[in-house]
Design a protein around this ligand. Structure first.
Ligand code: E4P
Length: 217
């Protein structure tokens, strides 16, 4: 199953995408919260939880393991739908290993730029490994190759960690991520809108409407 998440903290975008009946979850980060005009992580995350029935990710701010664990304890207590985003650093691995041992330890490992980082977060018990495709492409690297290699490694060794293609820039990225075997793709609302738009669909509807008018005399 290919899950579609929205990569935004803007409630109006999530409400609109949810109304299409295709939304499986939401990812946020501090930048997306800022763009949504809020610093109230708890209130905004819980508003998102009301709009979508799947996983909703909220990110920690701390950079040390103890701080991440403390924030995660709080974030994960908000709702059973909430996943905590922890960066793929050495401190992050330490935090993930502890958090994922909790009964409610739902971890989305974020800021992954290599299959090695993906392997380590999977070993640390993360449920999702978020590979930042667009940021690698922006730097002249092949972001999708990291998704492909991560998928292959997880399959060969049977890791129970879902590959999440993140930092998606355009609809072609979505198709490539699907073909690379991503379990989940998180995308900005603008990319989701572009996925459904086609001038051929618009032209087809216009000609059908015009011909039906003629048929009716
Ligand atoms: C993933 O969960 C991140 O929020 C996101 O995809 C970051 O992408 P960006 O490169 O557009 O900031």
């Amino acid at each position: 199953m290919a899950d579609i998440f929205l990569d935004t903290a803007k409630l109006e975008e999530i409400r609109e995408a949810a109304s299409w009946g295709i939304l499986d979850g939401v990812t946020t980060n501090p930048t997306l919260m800022m763009q949504a005009g809020t610093a109230d992580l708890k209130t905004n995350t819980l508003e998102i939880v009301k709009l979508v029935s799947g996983p909703v990710s909220a990110e920690v701010i701390s950079t040390d393991a103890a701080g991440m664990v403390e924030e995660a304890r709080e974030i994960l207590s908000w709702s059973e739908h909430v996943f905590v985003k922890i960066p793929a650093t050495a401190e992050g691995l330490q935090a993930m290993s502890e958090i994922s041992s909790w009964p409610n330890g739902r971890v989305n490992a974020t800021l992954i730029f290599s299959p090695n980082q993906a392997l380590l977060v999977a070993k640390a018990g993360a449920a999702f490994a978020s590979v930042f495709v667009g940021r690698m492409d922006d730097a002249g690297l092949d972001g999708m190759e990291v998704v492909r290699q991560t998928r292959a490694i997880f399959d060969i060794y049977g890791f129970d960690c879902q590959v999440l293609a993140a930092s998606i820039r355009h609809p072609a990225h979505v198709v490539e991520a699907l073909l690379a075997g991503a379990d989940i793709i998180t995308l900005p609302f603008g990319v989701l809108q572009k996925m459904i738009r086609s001038p051929f669909t618009d032209a087809g509807m216009a000609s059908f409407a015009a011909d039906w008018k003629k048929a009716m005399g």
